[in-house]
Design a protein around this ligand. Structure first.
Ligand code: URA
Length: 225
């Protein structure tokens, strides 16, 4: 019997859409809306974090939101629910946003990295900080969200988000409160990550950092308004 091989695709022919969707390497022009980005994140194989995660967690909020808030990565709750900032850090962020007068449903909330990086410890899954390569690989999705949402202001919470948004490390204590122009035309701001606040043992220091987060949210909301 003669085996029939399909014609070899020419070097110029686009790769079939289904294959691209499966390996997560959708082209920029495929990412026409936030739904396409969310589907791409589920199929993403740009790094290995998908292997141990329940699902990818895309950003949440209206396209056209004037303010985008970027965290680090989904935690245990977010990984299970598929929604960003719904665990303890999310509850703290909600409280800070409410205190700052920020309407969460008018903000696009997302993460630098879309899959939960963790290691097992007994029955628990302990958070592990994503490395530079993982942050860089996932910038593809964050940049797509930024292109589609077109926020006026991007507020990066914590060191990982700062690296993803600004492309470099910035000392948060020294740079918070200072607006910085981003390549996409947005204004960038930095602040503390709510999980960092939850880990500060001294109550006075924790209160101070919380007040700073509220002040930074107020500033971001004012600039976005
Ligand atoms: N921490 C984050 O950075 N993002 C979440 O979604 C939850 C916790």
């Amino acid at each position: 019997m003669v085996a029939v091989h399909p014609a070899k695709p020419s070097a110029r022919a686009p790769r079939p859409a289904r294959r691209r969707a499966r390996d997560g390497s959708l082209g920029e022009s495929d990412l026409v809306d936030l739904e396409a980005v969310a589907a791409g994140i589920q199929a993403c194989r740009r790094c290995d974090l998908w292997r141990d995660a329940t699902q990818g967690v895309p950003g949440l909020g209206p396209a056209g939101a004037a303010l985008m808030i970027v965290g680090e990565q989904p935690g245990d709750h977010e990984d299970l629910q598929g929604v960003p900032f719904v665990g303890p850090a999310g509850r703290l962020l909600d409280r800070a946003m409410a205190e700052a007068g920020v309407a969460r449903d008018r903000v696009f909330v997302t993460n630098a990295v879309k899959h939960f990086k963790h290691e097992p410890r007994g029955k628990r899954r302990l958070h592990k900080t994503p490395d530079r390569g993982e942050v860089q690989a996932c910038r593809w999705w964050l940049d797509a969200e930024r292109r589609l949402v077109r926020p006026k202001v991007v507020l990066a919470l914590g060191a990982t988000a700062v690296r993803a948004v600004f492309g470099k490390a910035l000392p948060i204590g020294k740079t918070r409160g200072q607006r910085q122009a981003l390549d996409g035309g947005e204004q960038g701001l930095v602040s503390w990550h709510p999980s960092f606040l939850l880990r500060i043992p001294d109550p006075d220091a924790r209160d101070r950092a919380y007040a700073e987060l509220v002040a930074d949210l107020k500033q971001a909301w004012r600039m976005a308004g």
